[in-house]
Structures are given as structure tokens and as C-alpha cells.
Design a protein around this ligand. Structure first.
Ligand code: BEZ
Ligand code: FE
Length: 275
């Protein structure tokens, strides 16, 4: 107990004077938790300034194509925590997962298109990806849009790699009356999140690896349904149990199967929740 700290917190909370009740609730909770943190940790002034310097450098690392704060939130499991509270879904629905920092507008492509158009084509395992977009009872959702993006076999997105043509390994599909989507690609690989900034320093200091298990990102939209942002993960990946972004859910892990003509077949059905 520290009566001076109690009085200080009460005085800060008393300054919250807004007509917006949600803003008041959020700031009250944030201030209360941050004061509790200071009480618990008793930081020295040098430690506190070091923490603030870390946040300043995190902001300075941000640019039009990089958001180090989102990465920090991802690496601390906070993005997944927000995802969990923001998207409660029935157990029959496909679970959501974090968007990550690498989404960019995808080229619309016809169903069945090959989305791998870069140097990965000659190197990586050809993979046929397909599934159905349905409601939670299994009824097709015609006209749903399926936006997919993935890294190549070296772990890079087109936006990080001059060797890949723009829009490589990305596509926006519109499903037909049967709700089906299908496309050809290459098997993604596990890859490290960017480590050349303050978040990378933090991972190193904490003895953590920066790896994400191999995955394909999805953003699915359809009239009358909640938009869904999620991933499908490749079963067997060595990082499934230690994803740096804490984004793996069991229902999102799929085993690729070898077809008779030697191609890998990767099937991921999507069950949407009504809006
Ligand atoms: C990604 O999968 O694109 C990603 C997600 C969270 C942090 C970094 C990368
Ligand atoms: Fe990713």
C-alpha cells in the first residue's frame, strides 16, 4: 500500500472529463493499469527512460510500408488478444486470425489462376489450393470475395522483394454459385518477421525466435456475413507450436495431400458467420 500513489492515481483519473463514455472507460483503465505496472515493477528513472526510448524508436521505424507498432503488438500477443475479443464466433465458423503487416490490394484473378509468377515458380513445390465458402450450415455463399496473399518459398512477400513482380502470390477471387474457389500456387515456407528494428532487438533480448509457421492469408467478404480475416497453416511446420505472432489455431492447420499426378493439394473451407 502506498497512500501517495493512491492519491496520485485518483487525481489523474479525476481529470478525465469527456462526453464520450467509451473514451473515458478506455483511458481510465489504461491509466489504472499503467500505474499498477509502476507500483509492481518500481522502475528506476533510467529504466523508465529506456522504455520510452524504445517506444520512440518503434515510432521512428514506421514508414508508409512498415508499421513497427503493429509488429510490437503482434509479438506481444496483443493483436491476437484483440482478435479474440473482437471476433467471438460459433464453434462451427472458421476462426479469425491476425492480418499481419503484409496485406496490400490484390489483383483480381479468374478462378483457377496461377498466382505464382516470380522466381519461386522454378524452386518451390507446386500446390493446388481450393475450398468452399459457406455459411455455418454448409450452404454455399455465392459472390463471396476471397482475397489471398502469401510469401514465397524464401519467406518474402512481393512488397519486400524486388525479384518478384508486383501482385505476385496475391489474388482476389469471386466465387460462383457453388461457393467454390481454387487456384494454383507454390507451397509457402516458414519465415522470420522483420528483425532489423527495435522489435527485433526485443525478441533477441528475450531469447525468442522471430519465425512464423508457413501460411496463406485470407480475407473473405460476402453480403450478409461478417468479414473474416484469417490464415491457413501448413501442417507439420516446425514453428506451429511457437509462432512468433501467436496466431495459430488448431482449426486453421491443414495437411497438404499428394495427388496421383504428383501435385500437392491443399483444401481449406471457409464457414462465415451471419452479420
Ligand atoms: C504475417 O504473417 O504476415 C505477419 C503477422 C504478424 C507479424 C508479422 C508478420
Ligand atoms: Fe504472413
Amino acid at each position: 500500500m502506498n497512500a501517495e500513489l493512491d492519491r496520485l492515481l485518483a487525481r489523474v483519473l479525476a481529470k478525465i472529463d469527456t462526453d464520450d463514455p467509451r473514451l473515458a472507460e478506455i483511458i481510465r483503465a489504461a491509466v489504472t493499469h499503467l500505474h499498477a505496472f509502476v507500483r509492481e515493477v518500481s522502475p528506476t528513472e533510467a529504466e523508465w527512460l529506456r522504455g520510452l526510448d524504445f517506444l520512440v524508436r518503434t515510432g521512428q521505424k514506421c514508414s508508409a510500408t512498415r508499421n513497427e507498432f503493429i509488429l510490437l503488438s503482434d509479438m506481444l500477443g496483443l493483436t491476437s488478444a484483440v482478435d479474440e475479443v473482437a471476433h467471438p464466433g460459433p464453434p462451427e465458423a472458421t476462426p479469425s486470425s491476425v492480418e499481419g503487416p503484409f496485406h496490400s490490394p490484390a489483383p483480381p484473378r479468374p478462378l483457377g489462376a496461377m498466382i505464382a509468377e516470380g522466381p519461386e515458380l522454378g524452386r518451390a513445390e507446386p500446390t493446388f489450393v481450393h475450398g468452399r465458402v459457406t455459411d455455418c450450415t454448409g450452404k454455399p455463399v455465392p459472390g463471396a470475395t476471397v482475397d489471398v496473399w502469401q510469401a514465397d518459398d524464401a519467406g518474402y512477400y512481393d512488397t519486400q522483394d524486388d525479384e518478384q513482380p508486383p501482385g505476385n502470390l496475391r489474388a482476389l477471387f469471386t466465387v460462383g454459385d457453388d461457393g467454390r474457389y481454387w487456384f494454383s500456387s507454390v507451397l509457402p515456407s516458414s519465415y522470420p518477421v522483420p528483425t532489423d528494428g527495435p522489435v527485433g532487438e526485443l525478441l533477441t533480448a528475450l531469447g525468442r525466435h522471430p519465425m512464423r509457421p508457413a501460411h496463406i492469408h485470407y480475407h473473405v467478404e460476402a453480403t450478409g456475413f461478417r468479414p473474416l480475416t484469417t490464415h491457413v497453416f501448413v501442417a507439420g511446420d516446425e514453428y506451429l507450436g511457437s509462432d512468433a505472432a501467436f496466431a495459430v489455431k488448431d482449426a486453421l492447420v491443414v495437411e497438404p495431400r499428394r495427388t496421383r499426378d504428383g501435385v500437392l493439394d491443399f483444401e481449406f473451407d471457409i464457414r462465415l458467420v451471419p452479420a
